[in-house]
Design a protein around this ligand. Structure first.
Ligand SMILES: Nc1ncnc2c1ncn2[C@@H]1O[C@H](COP(=O)(O)OP(=O)(O)OP(=O)(O)O)[C@@H](O)[C@H]1O
Ligand SMILES: O=P(O)(O)OC[C@H]1O[C@H](OP(=O)(O)OP(=O)(O)O)[C@H](O)[C@@H]1O
Ligand SMILES: [Mg+2]
Length: 405
């Protein structure tokens, strides 16, 4: 298996041995002061030339010490598909990112006064988490996996932010020698591939691609890389297959390519990621992550649910509860809330109806309405839910365990 790296990386001057640079001691200063030589010097404090070389080769930044600074830094995608959705998600959590104009790369969230937002390309968010220049970030799992390369410093705090859905998948032409190939196994077993003439795969994922092929025992593979429009590579004769992100599948279809069984490397969506070092060593980082996580969980949990209110005739709250709970989709989050509906008839206050309130998953709405009707429910009102704050935040407990706190 071989990887054809872009020539600029092969010739990168940082890959050749160089004398040790001077060591500068870190000093607290404004965010901007770390963007120049000072940060590069700081990195050398903990990075040997050898580890720096390997970091440069795999595209990640070397590990750094936690430099003191007043603000927690959250990296958000500066452009592309994820940018607007990330800001919208935070807005839905009542965290309003105040960006004066789209070309300004730093912004504030008034609700989190100790936190500043830095807009960066998704892959740079991952690199800067690793180098200690960011503490938290929102990126796609694909980008995190490719550029994070399983680094233990990266902790996924929330793995399903509900946007940026796509998968990383191998695709081959649906014509010629590939016409009847339907699976990765069949692709690997084609007699065409040998040491001298490997299966040529074009991809931007030069870490995940070879790793996946190795894990699947596929030997005769060579990777080439490009920044985009990879779907053209097979028709141009540059590659036999591609490994790229797919969401609607339109680009593959329009370029006469198909996915194959066993060819999905990764299912991806946006995730909230943090630097372990920042969470354990940076004052305030853990509190910030707790608040963001609580808001995210409350919003995302509510996002999949409707509140359903209905009236039901009955003799007592218990009797109505039994009828409601006899239906599989009507138990709500903890059970239905049932309250008497007071009516005045002939000067007398009586209770003939009970109001029931339940939360139902959006996908189960119609089924729930049918079940409500089946047990005598009427006047069904459905409204969206904004937040569900549970007693505790499950992911927070997992995070503390992960951090051994
Ligand atoms: N159809 C899709 N194609 C590519 N990415 C997608 C798709 N659907 C969702 N995504 C998500 O959006 C992320 C960002 O994609 P986008 O193309 O906007 O940025 P980028 O590729 O990192 O930047 P650039 O293309 O400018 O280098 C991807 O890493 C992935 O998580
Ligand atoms: O399944 P689909 O919905 O068709 O989406 C998949 C395409 O979208 C992305 O390309 P992008 O638009 O980022 O262009 P690029 O290839 O130039 O990066 C990705 O690299 C695929 O080419
Ligand atoms: Mg792209």
């Amino acid at each position: 298996m071989s990887i054809l790296l872009p020539t600029n990386l092969q010739k990168c001057p940082s890959l050749s041995p160089s004398p040790s640079p001077p060591i500068h001691s870190p000093s607290p200063s404004s965010a901007f002061s770390y963007l120049g030589t000072r940060r590069r010097c700081l990195r050398f404090v903990t990075s040997s030339v050898a580890s720096l070389q390997s970091s440069v080769a795999n595209g990640s930044a070397p590990a750094a010490v936690v430099v003191e600074r007043g603000q927690i830094r959250l990296g958000l995608p500066s452009k592309g598909r994820m940018a607007a959705d990330a800001i919208d998600l935070l807005k839905d959590c009542q965290l309003f990112v105040k960006q004066v104009n789209p070309r300004q790369y730093v912004a504030q969230i008034p609700q989190l006064p100790n936190t500043e937002v830095w807009f960066q390309r998704p892959k740079d968010i991952v690199r800067k988490l690793l180098s200690g220049d960011l503490d938290l970030g929102i990126v796609g799992l694909d980008t995190l996996s490719e550029y994070g390369q399983g680094d233990e410093d990266l902790i996924i705090v929330h793995e399903a932010l509900n946007f940026g859905d796509c998968h990383l998948s191998i695709a081959i032409p649906n014509y010629g020698i590939f016409e009847n190939i339907k699976s990765l196994k069949e692709l690997a077993q084609m007699p065409q591939w040998s040491e001298e003439r490997p299966l040529r795969v074009a991809t931007g994922f030069t870490y995940l691609g070879p790793k996946f092929m190795k894990e699947n025992g596929i030997q005769h593979v060579a990777f080439s890389t490009a920044d985009g429009a990879l779907e053209a590579a097979p028709a141009m004769g540059i590659a036999d297959a591609i490994l790229d992100l797919v969401s609607s599948g339109t680009t593959l279809k329009e370029n006469n390519l198909k996915e194959i069984d066993g060819g999905v490397v990764l299912e991806s969506q946006a995730v909230l990621v943090a630097s372990r070092r920042a969470l354990t060593d940076r004052k305030g980082a853990l509190n910030t992550v707790h608040e963001i996580l609580e808001r995210l969980e409350a919003h995302l949990k509510a996002d999949g649910q409707f509140t359903v209110v209905a009236n039901m005739r009955g003799n007592s709250a218990e009797e109505v509860a039994e009828r409601v709970l006899s239906q599989p989709s009507l138990s709500g989050l903890q059970g239905p809330t049932i309250s008497p509906v007071y009516c005045k008839q002939d000067g007398q206050v009586s209770i003939d109806y009970y109001a029931i309130v339940i939360c139902v998953p959006k996908k189960a709405l119609y089924e729930s309405v049918k079940q409500l009707r089946a047990v005598g429910g009427s006047g069904v009102l459905v409204s969206p839910l904004t937040y569900i704050f549970d007693e505790d935040t499950p992911r927070w407990g997992q995070l503390l365990t992960n951090l051994k706190l």
